[in-house]
Design a protein around this ligand. Structure first.
Ligand code: SAM
Length: 228
């Protein structure tokens, strides 16, 4: 049984998927997907020994070694010759997700779908997709156990453009801003307060970073517009 968050991530995989789950931790997602679809195959990548061992243990416990290969390594380095079609990176900050994608660009030649769940800074991943021929095709925002999560899906060379105003939609998400569900509103109300707190703190500092203050103020204006 997956969390709602990971179940949504998994729902964007096709049947018979061949995917990599980078930063797989316990390999919960590949284990559930591959036990429900015996034609699915996965690579579970982990950089840290503890999670790597627990991923291996889970896969062995469910006797899924034929379908799931658990590999220790940094980001997309675990992809060598396997022609994976989908890539999942969930539960990390958008900055780290972007770094992993950027460092592993040459490993993406066979990948036609990327599914990410950035805990913060989803904007950085939207910008990366846009600059690398992956078109954002779906987004979801949900609340689970008191946390708000964004899930982004991008497809290579999908012949669509989700953006009307990138200046605004990189930050809020072109699909999310149109749907404006309860989780979205709650997130941006709290992001607005966060920015107000940061500005108040920054204005006490001796060496004022006026540029950052201005950027935060501009974002607050954008948030106010979006929330109406
Ligand atoms: N993907 C799972 C999820 O969404 O529930 C686990 C998320 S967990 C918070 C993040 C995992 O990413 C950790 O197990 C960590 O060891 C791993 N990780 C962090 N940086 C990584 C990298 N550069 N390459 C591979 N794994 C990484």
């Amino acid at each position: 049984e997956l969390s709602k968050r990971l179940a949504i991530v998994a729902s964007y995989l096709p049947k018979k998927a061949f995917f990599a789950d980078i930063g797989s931790d316990h390999a919960y997602l590949p284990v559930v997907v591959c036990s429900q679809d015996h034609a699915a195959k996965a690579i579970a990548g982990e950089i840290n020994e503890g999670p790597f061992q627990s991923a291996k243990k889970q896969v062995e416990k469910q006797s899924l070694e034929e379908q799931i290969e658990v590999i220790k390594g940094d980001g997309l380095s675990v992809i060598t010759n396997q022609p994976i079609k989908q890539l999942i990176i969930a539960g990390m900050g958008g900055g780290l997700i972007r770094t992993i994608l950027d460092n592993g660009k040459d490993k993406l030649t066979t990948v036609d779908r990327i599914i990410v769940q950035p805990n913060v800074d989803a904007e950085l991943v939207r910008i990366w997709f846009d600059q690398h021929d992956y078109v954002l095709t779906a987004e979801e925002i949900i609340k689970e156990d008191g946390h708000i999560y964004e899930i982004l899906v991008a497809d290579r060379q999908a012949s669509s453009n989700p953006y009307q105003d990138k200046n605004k939609e990189y930050l809020f998400g072109p699909f999310l801003i149109r749907e404006k569900n309860a989780a979205f509103i709650e997130k941006w109300e709290s992001e607005q307060k966060k920015r107000e707190r940061i500005i108040a703190q920054m204005q006490q500092a001796v060496d004022l970073d006026q540029e950052k203050i201005d950027r935060l103020k501009k974002e607050i204006v954008q948030i106010e517009e979006v929330l109406g």
